[in-house]
Design a protein around this ligand. Sequence first.
Ligand code: NAG
Length: 220
Amino acid sequence: MKSLSCIAVLSLLALTLPLAIASDPSPLQDFCVGVNTPASGVFVNGKFCKDPRIVNADDFFSSVLNRPGNVNNAVGSNVTTVNVNNLGGLNTLGISLVRIDYAPNGQNPPHTHPRATEILVVQQGTLLVGFVSSNQDGNRLFAKTLNVGDVFVFPEGLIHFQFNLGRTPAVAIAALSSQNAGVITIANTVFGSNPAIDPNVLARAFQMDANVIRDLQNRF
Ligand SMILES: *[C@@H]1O[C@H](CO)[C@@H](O)[C@H](O)[C@H]1NC(C)=O
């Protein structure tokens, strides 16, 4: 009798366990402020779905990665993105793609994707790549030099970069584990926010003179 009730308790546990570990879906954009009336609503944590009867092959096709991006800018790189915003077929599928072009000495500056892990493969050139682990892990740098065909992973949320070590242009392709990975470029976000963060706050945070901070803010 005792073992019977034990089995009953165990099977009850087995039944309820999947429910216990269920969770809300992850955010699919930076924020999705709740409203009381659909009239003023725009997104439903992602996109509305197209009527399946009128979906066709073009809804799953993109050619935007055919062309190199223009790298004549301050950092010498250009990220071309294929995500749910320009390829609707990606909606709800949890994946997207980018092409990154680098001028000689160009870099994709330190940044993080709030909603995705990234896996990158070098198509052309030589890249120094790396990411830094979180404070709890001691902010360790994990860096590597990659040649054509080499692959590197940037874990979700961690700050990472790529730098073109070669004397020729470089190209990489990267897949991201979100339909809308988002990107936070550290320098632009911290020094180029709109409106600007009080320079005294950043001066203490970065252990720098407030005038240096103002100079940085003017550049972004
Ligand atoms: C990236 O390249 C595209 C296509 O040439 C261009 O329109 C865009 O302005 C470039 N972005 C940057 C940041 O240089």
